[in-house]
Unconditional design. Structure first.
Length: 501
């Protein structure tokens, strides 16, 4: 009954004209950036962070959330029609979705992707509403030692589940932790690692790093690539899957929803890992694996459901524990801190309208996306005809204006440009920016809880292993490290991310 009352509060907040407008704006922007290759939800949210300064907290977070799960919808449209995955998680969608389009079933493929995504998003939002309150109650039992251990587990999980090289991910995490130490010491108030630069005494602004590493660097990386456009056709065909397609897609939707919901909760999981893992699962379970890659509905329905379910459930650790599980959630932490809201279990009690309003807006957003996606396909295809060399510089101008609006300081623009160049070099070296961002967000929180735990235990480092919950979390982190070091596990991990080859 209490859950029903809370959801009613959430819908009363989400159904205000202002919040409906921002939910719609987020969904449209998310779909747009999902459609356009080279611009993902992380750069876009990083670019739009300054806007949240002038918005009410609920409206700002609803819009940013809409961008995130809207990008999962939009990425599938061009992946199916023109074999251009607009979003990383849509790479797997190309394999069978585009083949269905080439077989004259483009409309059916789009309908399967949209309906599967809608079902998965709704189920995952129900899980978020049901499991968030009990998890938040558990989180209230956490002390500084438990929070420190939980953040260690979060960072280890992000490294283990990240795509790409493990050593590089570890290095990026450590670098993010070091960047988080720049500024004024929490306990003593003494400036550290600021190199005598007054602008660094308050630390390196989270939005500046995110916009440089993800926004500016992504634009530079995409500008140097040759445009490889496919002839675009507006012939979609019927939007109704036939009985055979529906029969093959339905079980995959259920499995993808379950898998994506579980992986979305894990640190470092998220939509990308879920889509790859779902495709691998469907192929292994199929009686006719040779059909995959040739237009099998299950190869489309599973990953599309998985990535949308993961996009919704990744909010669970953020809203209940204050731990961002991926780069987008790290940006959401930044948006919350902009409004002086401390992420964690206290959000549910101190800001119930924010917590339940955000959850309710996800149902509304999923419905908006289904209504938007299919009728506007023609518009999204026309946008693909805009040359990237015109599109990206225009985005760069808006980015620069956004950076300047943070503190009205040209030093911020220079810092963002430097991080943009560094991010471009990292992209060339195939170093992921997401672990760096998680390290930057969690670093100051880890340090604060680490030092607070030592103060409470009078300098006894044993407090981290003598407290049962803290010791269990650290033990789980150690087990993860050992598991990923095993050759068989490492090989499986690599295979998961190269399944699209």
């Amino acid at each position: 009954m209490e859950l029903f009352d809370n959801l009613m509060l959430g819908f009363s907040v989400a159904f205000t004209p202002e919040n409906l407008l921002y939910a719609l704006l987020g969904c449209i922007l998310g779909t747009l950036i999902g459609v356009l290759p080279g611009i993902g939800p992380v750069p876009t949210i990083a670019m739009l962070l300054p806007i949240t300064y002038v918005l009410p907290p609920v409206a700002g977070l609803i819009m940013l959330a809409g961008i995130y799960y809207g990008a999962q919808y939009g990425g599938s449209t061009t992946a199916i029609l023109v074999a251009l995955p607009g979003e990383t998680s849509a790479v797997v969608t190309v394999l069978d979705g585009h083949q269905m389009a080439r077989n004259g079933r483009a409309g059916a493929a789009l309908a399967i992707a949209a309906l599967g995504s809608f079902f998965a998003g709704c189920v995952a939002t129900i899980l978020l509403a049901a499991f968030a309150p009990p998890l938040a109650e558990v989180a209230f039992q956490f002390g500084p030692a438990e929070y420190f251990s939980l953040m260690v587990l979060g960072l280890v999980g992000a490294v283990v589940l990240a795509s790409g090289s493990l050593p590089k991910a570890i290095c990026m995490i450590i670098l993010g932790l070091l960047l988080g130490m720049v500024g004024t010491d929490v306990n003593s108030g003494v400036a550290r690692y600021d190199f005598g630069i007054p602008e660094l005494q308050d630390g390196i602004d989270f939005a500046i790093v995110a916009m440089g590493v993800f926004g500016f660097a992504e634009i530079m990386t995409n500008l140097e690539q040759k445009e490889n456009r496919v002839d675009i056709t507006d012939k979609i065909g019927t939007l109704y899957p036939n009985k055979k397609e529906f029969r093959e897609a339905a079980p995959a939707v259920l499995r993808g929803t379950a898998l994506g919901s579980a992986l979305g909760i894990l640190p470092g999981g998220g939509a990308v890992l879920s889509s790859f893992a779902s495709y691998t699962l469907e192929k292994k379970l199929s009686k006719n694996p040779e059909r995959f890659g040739k237009g099998h509905p299950a190869g489309l329905a599973g990953p599309e459901s998985a990535n949308n379910a993961a996009a919704q459930t990744s909010f669970i650790p953020l809203l209940t524990l204050g731990i961002p599980g991926n780069a987008v959630m790290a940006l959401m932490v930044g948006a919350m801190t902009i409004h002086n809201i401390q992420p964690g279990p206290q959000v549910m009690t101190s800001h119930p309208e924010l917590f339940w309003g955000l959850i309710a807006s996800m149902w509304i957003g999923n419905l908006m996306l289904v209504v938007l996606n299919l009728p506007l396909i023609g518009l999204w295809i026309k946008l693909l005809k805009v040359p990237y060399r015109v599109l990206f510089p225009a985005i760069l101008v808006f980015c620069t204006i956004g950076v300047y609006s943070l503190n009205y300081n040209t030093f911020d623009i220079l810092t963002t440009a430097i991080f943009g160049i560094i991010g471009y070099v990292w992209a060339k070296l195939k170093c992921e920016g997401a672990p760096l961002l998680l390290g930057l967000v969690l670093g100051p929180m880890m340090e604060e809880n680490f030092r607070r735990a030592l103060l409470l235990s009078r300098g006894d480092y044993g407090t981290f292993v003598t407290r049962p919950l803290s010791a269990s979390l650290l033990a789980f982190a150690v087990i993860l490290v050992i598991l990923v070091a095993l050759p068989s596990i490492r090989k499986k991990r690599e295979e998961t991310f190269v399944e699209e080859d």
